[in-house]
Ligand binder design. Sequence first.
Ligand code: PMP
Length: 423
Amino acid sequence: MNERSVDELRALHADFSAQYDALVARGLKLDLTRGKPSAEQLDLSGGLLSLPGEGQFRDQAGTDLRNYGGPLGLPELRSIFAGPLRVPVAQLLALGNSSLNLMHDVIVQALLHGVPDGVRPWSREDTVTFLAPVPGYDRHFSICERYGIRMIAVPMTEEGPDPEVVRSLLATDPTIKGMWCVPVYSNPSGVVYSERIVRELVSAPAAPDFRLFWDNAYAVHHLTDARPEPLDVLALAAEAGHPNRPLVFASTSKVTYPGSGVAFFGSSPANIDWIVRNMSVQTIGPDKINQLRHVQLLRDEAGVEAHMAHHRAILEPKFNAVDAIFRERLAPFGAGSWTAPAGGYFVSLDVADGCARRAVALAGQAGIAVTPAGATFPYGDDPRDRNIRIAPTFPALEELGTALGGFSTAVLLAETEALLAGR
Ligand code: PMP
């Protein structure tokens, strides 16, 4: 759009304004904000509603799962997910319904008690800092903000967080105690960390109690046949001499039900002892009946794969639609650049600098809710005001098309407004 003359821009602006007015007149009410599975996806796990079934309440060892106990979670469920998550069963816990809850609690525990290898609780440090690859997941950032943890944004590359930036920050700033990582199909960029980057992250010199918050939320959420080989971050970290550095989180939120799934925590034996000790004063054990339901529904690793193939069949057309609509509506004007992820739940769109907030606001006024601009950056502050997270999973395909078409109009109008204002 940049190379056009003022007259051409004025004509485009008039055109996009007319399209936008027509859009507003339609009185739409559409939502592209959160990465939720659609009802059709939830139906794939419908079996959960009638499982485990009357009289079914024992695990393979014969334990009565209705009672207290079993703080590590059901061994059968832990062994189903040990493979895809690359965590040995003995070091993988199956816990409550939310991995975000676990990340939150681990941070609070670290603040109150410190972690293995630490000399004092993090809260006794003058400053605690986390590295936050951007664009990233807003709920990670919210935990840090809530507890006064300073965040430093680290740029993402196509194979993970920029290793040189990470290495130099870790080497010079001992207040850095944590780093957010979504190693597979990152939220929102879809980036999959390469082995080179993972080796960098586990080996870079850092504070002894520095922890990688390894949020493997999308480990099995493929959209293509090109599957990234799961990396064994725990083994790589042990090899690098930092066995306690990674804290692995995952859940079945986007495998079965986001509200009633099962969350996992995996780490070194020392960290597992630490969290089990912390949790023992919090709870007398997780919901093992729900875990049994999950074992019955998913059965084994192949069962998870087959289940995820059904998700893919529903999601692939939606992700294809995002790409097709942006190609049709934005590309002819040189507007926007966006990711075509091979898995996960999001598309990351960059519009022209300074235009994201305006585009989201215009879309909102036309009844199309989009994740607030800036949400993908710590403190909601995208310094270039250009990144927007698109969550295409929840709406039906037709609605998605309408929402994305309308949203594209908002982007085009925002960009032409900005260019005219600058001439
Ligand atoms: N981590 C990431 C990267 C996510 O995208 C999400 C869901 N949007 C979560 C964690 C939330 O996980 P849970 O439902 O297990 O709390």
